[in-house]
Write a protein that binds this ligand. Structure first.
Ligand SMILES: C[S@@+](CC[C@H](N)C(=O)[O-])C[C@H]1O[C@@H](n2cnc3c(N)ncnc32)[C@H](O)[C@@H]1O
Length: 245
């Protein structure tokens, strides 16, 4: 497992990205994730890859009785404790690969843009299933499979004005590790096809209830033209699954 968020160059770059007021997480991904969550009043919530804890704090604002945020990165957790601490939130340094060390039960397990860093998705799904109460919800976002599949070459075909006209897709059907350059070289993520994403959850015992691929509508495209290319290829996939009663 890789702890790239503790790389100082990566951490600085990522922090700057998230500070931009028009970042895609805040505009498209987080609202979609919040839209998949049940009423959190009185709930115990686990956040996988909680990062700087913004979502943990939001779960408390939405009435959660207890929130546990886990992350592999010391730097992200230090920022979380400083910015988004509170009596109802516990932050733990724990890789998602070691969820077996955690006890539940939780009403909701949520995760925002972290699961694509885990190689053993089936193992993760089995652990989340175990940690959830019957009827509990697993809601997560991940890099969209049409984005995570990328291996080499140009990501986009552009016209003579330099505008993106087609996304270039390669190796979609090949699940597994992808090494990409994002802030630094050698960032390791894992691509999985739609069928792997969904069927792995079904095999773990989940009922898959909803998929969301957020893209800007016409008004958002006018307000945030730099995100207009999401219309051709979404960057995010969100899933809500439930442990049956
Ligand atoms: C894109 S950030 C998202 C942070 C937060 N969920 C948010 O949306 O603001 C991904 C987070 O996943 C964490 N992460 C990556 N691999 C992990 C692993 N194997 N176990 C636990 N956390 C991991 C990173 O340290 C980072 O904080």
């Amino acid at each position: 497992m890789q702890n790239i968020y503790d790389n100082p160059v990566f951490f600085d770059g990522y922090s700057r990205l998230r500070e931009k007021t028009d970042n895609a997480n805040d505009l498209f991904e987080t609202p979609a994730l919040m839209g998949l969550l049940p009423d959190l009043a009185g709930c115990a919530v686990l956040d996988l890859g909680c990062g700087m804890g913004d979502h943990c704090a939001e779960y408390v604002r939405r009435g959660a009785a207890k929130v546990v945020g886990i992350d592999i990165s010391e730097k992200m957790l230090a920022a979380a404790r400083e910015r988004n601490g509170g009596p109802r939130i516990e932050y733990l340094r724990l890789p998602m690969e070691q969820l077996g060390a955690l006890d539940g039960p939780f009403d909701v397990v949520a995760s925002s843009l972290a699961i694509h860093y885990v190689a053993d998705y089936a193992g993760l799904a089995a652990n989340v299933f175990r940690l959830l109460k019957p009827g509990g919800v697993f809601a997560f976002s991940q890099e969209h499979p049409l984005t995570s599949c990328f291996t080499t070459g140009e990501r986009w075909t552009k016209n003579e004005k330099g505008e993106k006209v087609f996304a270039n897709i390669s190796n979609y059907s090949v699940d597994g590790e992808r090494l990409t350059e994002w802030m630094v070289e050698g960032v390791r993520k894992y691509h999985r096809t739609f069928s792997t994403v969904v069927n792995t959850l079904v095999d773990a015992g989940f009922a898959v209830e909803r998929l969301v691929e957020p893209v800007p509508d016409a008004e958002m495209r006018r307000a945030y033209p730099r995100h207009a290319d999401l219309v051709h290829k979404p960057d995010f996939l969100l899933v809500r699954a439930r442990r049956p009663r």
